[in-house]
Design a protein around this ligand. Structure first.
Ligand SMILES: [Zn+2]
Ligand SMILES: [Zn+2]
Length: 375
């Protein structure tokens, strides 16, 4: 030990100016650049107070024992990263690739492994396990062994890694197996639908459409079947895949007998105008459209037409009196005042008509007041 500190041993003090820091660092780095012996570089790499100086020494260091020690035990991220970059010792690289707590460093070490079979195993572990999703996905791209890729597609922790591995899987029954499996609906759901996207076998797709655990996989398979089907139309419905097209419906009253679809828009208004079936007219007149509970209800314009034709006074009276609620155990949506007043007028209950008109007016006033105070 000399009396004076060497340049590489410098450290910054709180009071040091930026200028002084730059000067100290420059001197230290100069010394690292001129160092000739491995022993000196190793000492700097292990002992220098400034990480930049340690990093510079590591960049020039070949001593694999020292590099391995730093790569496996150093806590400073920058220093450890430099050591892994310089490391060529295969045993140490495999160890780093398996144990470094930082996933990108595991990947870095794996990339330096020269034996293909060993590298495949190491990349396989990174691709399948936890760490970082993008690292796992990149590791998949480095694997060529089909068996390992299949295992990742089926068992990877990250969906993106499993999906990347799926690109090498084309066996239809294997894909069906992946698509049918259960798992987290959002995480595994992505994998299952990616498997469906690679399927082309109609029989297996039908199986997935009917039996997959995850609903996204079932609907993806149904869509895929439709896309693959060279439809055989029976009016509005395909005999093979069951897809429905909007032509040649077989309408009975307001519903298609073949596909079960209820008419909408102008066609529905026209059909209701021609209806004579009282039970159906009563149902239409009393079933309001309420998105929260009854998305199958009818809009006011359709209900008005039906109401005009309803003869049963007690049904009309229920509609006139009910703000919203159930009728014969069935939720009938909320009744607007215009519907209730129209029903009351048909029952001939003029007192009820008056009361509803007043309620409606005060409701409108209250609504106006609420809107104004809310502004
Ligand atoms: Zn079809
Ligand atoms: Zn139809």
């Amino acid at each position: 030990m000399g009396l004076f500190k060497q340049a590489w041993q410098c450290n910054f003090k709180e009071k040091d100016s930026r200028d002084k820091r730059q000067k100290l660092l420059k001197k230290a780095l100069n010394q690292v650049a001129k160092a000739e012996s491995e022993a000196k570089l190793a000492r700097i790499a292990l002992e220098a107070p400034l990480t930049t100086v340690r990093g510079a020494a590591i960049k020039r260091l070949d001593d694999q024992a020292v590099l391995a020690r730093l790569a496996l035990t150093e806590n400073d991220m920058l220093v450890r990263g430099e050591a892994i970059r310089q490391l060529t010792d295969q045993v140490a690289l495999v160890q780093v690739a398996a144990t470094d707590p930082y996933a990108p460093y595991r990947l870095l070490a794996a990339k330096a492994i020269t034996n293909d079979a060993v590298a495949d195993q190491v990349f396989h572990a990174i691709a399948k396990g936890k760490g970082e999703s993008h690292v796992a996905k990149e590791a998949v791209g480095r694997i060529s062994n089909p068996g390992l890729l299949l295992d990742i597609a089926q068992n990877a922790y990250y969906p993106d890694a499993a999906i990347a591995a799926l690109e090498s899987v084309s066996d239809q029954s294997v894909l069906a197996g992946i698509a049918k499996k259960d798992g987290d609906i959002y995480q595994y759901g992505k994998v299952a639908t990616a498997a469906v996207a690679r399927m082309t076998d109609p029989k297996l797709l039908t199986d997935v459409a009917q039996n997959a655990q995850i609903c996204y996989a079932r609907s993806a398979a149904t869509e895929k079947l439709k896309a693959l089907c060279s439809h055989e139309w029976d009016g509005c419905k395909c005999k093979i895949c069951g897809e429905i097209r909007d032509e040649q419906h077989d309408i009975e009253r307001i519903t298609c007998k073949r596909c079960g679809r209820t008419l909408s828009g102008k066609a529905l208004l026209e059909a209701v105008r021609n209806l004579t079936d009282q039970a159906l007219l009563e149902k239409i007149a009393s079933t309001g459209y309420d998105l929260r509970m009854c998305p199958h209800g009818f809009t006011d314009d359709v209900r008005m037409i039906a109401m005009e034709k309803v003869q049963n006074k007690s049904v009309l009276s229920i509609i006139a009196n009910a703000g919203s609620g159930f009728m014969n155990g069935r939720y009938v949506g909320s009744n607007s005042y215009s519907i209730r007043i129209a029903a009351a007028m048909k029952t001939g209950d003029s007192a009820l008509v008056e009361r509803l008109k007043q309620d409606s007016a005060s409701y409108a006033q209250q609504y106006d007041a609420d809107m104004r105070s809310g502004m």
